[in-house]
Write a protein that binds this ligand. Structure first.
Ligand SMILES: Cc1ncc(COP(=O)(O)O)c(C=O)c1O
Length: 386
């Protein structure tokens, strides 16, 4: 019913309605939190049927919440709809989805070509864990198609990259990467955490699987840790099994929070992106700022690709560096009066992430506050930079 109700509807309508329908027993309008470990049956045969169907990959055959849960399933249906995917899996965190996607499709003797700028925990997984599993990894600049092609060898099974990298916000041409990957028979996987489906839908550009840290923009309120993978059922089936065998099930409480948050994703993405370009332009005009990286600025090396791929001005993440490096970074961040310093991103509030190990780079996840207040706070921070 939910699918029929939202079939062919616009993105904002699907963000609100897809996957959700009044509870068939109580008629509760809002999707309930199914806080249950197990599901009960009248007969042994019904139990056996549910277990068999669930173990065969049917996400709606509930018998135990590590394997499947209706609250989490509602979120899966919503995210599949938003990404234009056949189906989705929601798991405990973005890293649960990154690791299960890689491990379900790569084994000893296989090789994966990955972006040369990846979320640090993904990098640690690839660098520390994959060698002892016998999986080869080659990091490469995904904006350099010739380098990507040169890195592919007969053992290569997958291309894995982030759609806007952390922290330099490089944006590779997904259409061309997907064409290249498919020419070599590879599975093309995009981690779309930094943009989320309101701003970019990698499947529309040829990617096979999309991974999200739903903890970030999809949830949007900094109150849940969650992850998702979207794509075709055939590629998701082994990932669902891997999520189950590694025990990476989503908590129904977290899924419910994300379900609530994602309904406003289109509104939040629009407001945060509008703020981000204003803040990026403001920073680029400041003498104390050495450089700004924002895909919506003409000065960004991938501006043309980003303008084609990303809806709106260029996302809501930006990075900048001040003259004076780490000392300037500290003077700036430690004197902000409104924006907090933190490592996460994608929330309604602006978060500033200083990176002393990257020579004083400051990454900003721009929120939905009044932009005048953000500019005033950044002006204040900069006034403490000598
Ligand atoms: C690009 C990217 N992928 C994956 C993750 C992992 O998500 P989680 O923290 O939910 O495990 C993050 C977290 O910051 C991220 O930035």
């Amino acid at each position: 019913m939910a699918r029929e109700r939202t079939q062919g509807r616009g993105f904002a309508t699907r963000a609100i309605h897809a996957g959700e329908h009044p509870d068939p027993v109580t008629h509760a309008h809002n999707t309930p939190i199914y806080a249950t470990a197990t599901f009960a049956f009248d007969t042994a045969a019904e139990k056996e049927d549910a277990v068999d169907r669930a173990m065969d990959g049917d996400p709606t055959a509930y018998f135990y919440s590590r394997t499947g849960n209706p609250t989490t399933r509602a979120l899966e249906e919503k995210l599949a709809s938003l990404d234009g995917a056949e189906d989705a899996i929601v798991a405990a965190s973005g890293m649960a989805c990154v690791s299960s996607t890689l491990l379900a499709h790569l084994g000893s003797g296989d090789h994966v070509v990955v972006g040369d700028e990846l979320f640090i925990i993904t990098r640690i997984l690839l660098e520390d864990d994959f060698p002892r599993r016998g999986i080869g990894v080659t990091p490469v600049d995904m904006t350099d198609l010739a380098a990507v092609e040169a890195a592919i060898n007969p053992q290569t099974k997958m291309l894995f990259f982030e759609t806007a990298t952390n922290p330099r916000l490089r944006v590779a041409d997904i259409d061309r990467l997907a064409e290249l990957g498919h020419r070599h028979g590879l599975i093309v996987v995009a981690d779309n955490t930094f943009l989320a489906p309101a701003l970019l839908r990698p499947i529309e550009h040829g990617a096979d699987l999309v991974v999200h840290a739903a903890t970030k923009w999809i949830s949007g309120h900094g109150d849940a840790v969650s992850g998702a993978v979207t794509g075709p059922a055939t590629l998701l089936k082994p990932i669902r099994k891997q999520v189950d065998t590694l025990g990476q099930a989503a908590s129904p409480f977290a899924s419910w929070l994300v379900l609530r948050g994602v309904r406003s994703l289109p509104l939040r993405s629009r407001a945060a992106s509008a703020n981000a370009i204003r803040l990026a332009q403001f920073l680029e005009g400041q003498d104390k700022v050495e450089w700004v990286r924002y895909p919506g600025l003409p000065s960004h090396p991938d501006h043309d690709v980003a303008s084609r791929l990303i809806d709106g001005p260029g996302g809501a993440m930006l990075s900048f560096r001040m003259h004076g490096g780490i000392a300037a970074m500290t003077a700036f961040t430690d004197n902000l009066a409104l924006c907090d310093v933190g490592v996460s991103l994608g929330d309604v509030f602006t978060l500033v992430y200083p990176q002393p190990k990257r020579d004083g780079l400051v990454r900003v996840s721009v929120g939905c506050e009044d932009v005048a207040d953000l500019i005033e706070d950044f002006t204040r921070g900069l006034s403490f930079v000598s």
